[in-house]
Design a protein around this ligand. Structure first.
Ligand SMILES: [Zn+2]
Length: 319
């Protein structure tokens, strides 16, 4: 029984393989944006699967209550310019992390031949603007009207509404991308099927989502920031993400992980561990900043020997 204002439905079986779900975490509050309720996370006991999901699951019509204080409703913090921040940027450039983060930001399409691109869950349109500057003809989809208003101010073409309700043309896009979106939706399989429908034959899908087999999840456990209840409804590993894409009919499905953003996950997770919550935006302070930077270095080294330890899963597939 969930004592919260967000109504829920029971979801005891794995939404991916229908396997039994064991309780992994119990009664977690929203540590990031203060949505009401206490939330349980199950893990599929089928060792060939291992998906994580919320049980009980918020009802689709009540999901907006989980987003009332979300990122896309706030101004982006101003980039800092002090000596420490200049040194930090130098470290990023020298270590290759700056390049890795740029590749990840554009879902490894930076050097692809540009064509027509759709970003699903484009938020305020920053990534779409970057794709446009790389020569892509871009369109976005977003369900949050506040974010759409901000994206439209960048002269971007944004479709407001859930993807399946938009009736976008079939066989239309050369690439469909989504960054930290698939973990938020009620029916990830239907979403990927719709992505496949709007892609041209031979078109490219790229998806990024948190990785449950990451070093951060292993280290921070229930305080791992990417659990993000009640917004992250399903959480994937490379294996489950690849399986989902295959189930949706894609071919050449490949999933791997990247540690490029481990620092941000560590910063939030350490804050949650110490204070029970984390607020995005303000500078973390020197001690937390250094601690999360050290975690980044450790994560960048770990992934060289444990390839599934990155904080984010990347999926690429072809229609
Ligand atoms: Zn399963």
């Amino acid at each position: 029984m969930n004592d919260c204002a967000i109504r829920t439905r029971d979801c005891p079986r794995c939404p991916l393989c229908q396997g039994e779900g064991g309780g992994l975490y119990c009664r977690l509050p929203d540590r990031l944006f203060g949505a009401p309720g206490l939330w349980n996370i199950r893990q599929c006991a089928n060792t060939a699967c291992g998906l994580l999901w919320l049980d009980p699951m918020p009802l689709a019509e009540d999901l907006p209550f989980a987003y009332q204080d979300y990122f896309t409703h706030k101004d982006k913090p101003v980039e800092r310019t002090g000596m420490i921040h200049r040194l930090y940027r130098l470290l990023l450039a020298v270590s290759g992390l700056a390049r890795q983060r740029a590749e990840l930001r554009t879902l490894f399409l930076r050097h692809a031949l540009p064509g027509r691109l759709l970003e699903v869950g484009c938020g305020t349109g920053e990534r779409l603007a970057e794709f446009r500057s790389l020569g892509w003809e871009v369109e976005g989809q977003e369900i949050d009207p506040v974010a759409v208003e901000r994206a439209t101010a960048r002269s971007l073409c944004i479709h407001l509404g859930a993807l399946p309700n938009l009736s976008l043309p079939e066989n239309h896009f050369d690439a469909v991308v989504m960054n930290h979106v698939i973990e938020h939706v009620q029916d990830p399989l239907s979403l990927l099927c719709e992505c496949r429908r709007v892609l041209k034959t031979g078109g490219h899908l790229a998806v990024v989502t948190p990785n449950t087999t990451s070093l951060g999840h292993r280290c921070y456990g229930s305080c791992w920031m990417a659990l993000d209840p009640p917004r992250h409804l399903h959480l994937f590993s490379p294996k489950t993400l690849q399986q989902l894409a295959c189930n949706a009919g894609f071919r050449d499905c490949q999933a791997w992980t990247t540690a490029a953003n481990a620092q941000f996950v560590a910063e939030g997770s350490i804050a949650i561990q110490r204070t029970g919550h984390h607020r995005f935006g303000p500078s973390p302070g020197l001690a937390l900043g250094l601690e999360s930077l050290l975690f980044q270095l450790r994560a960048s080294a770990t992934i060289l020997v444990r390839k599934h330890s990155g904080e984010e899963c990347v999926l690429t597939a072809t229609k």
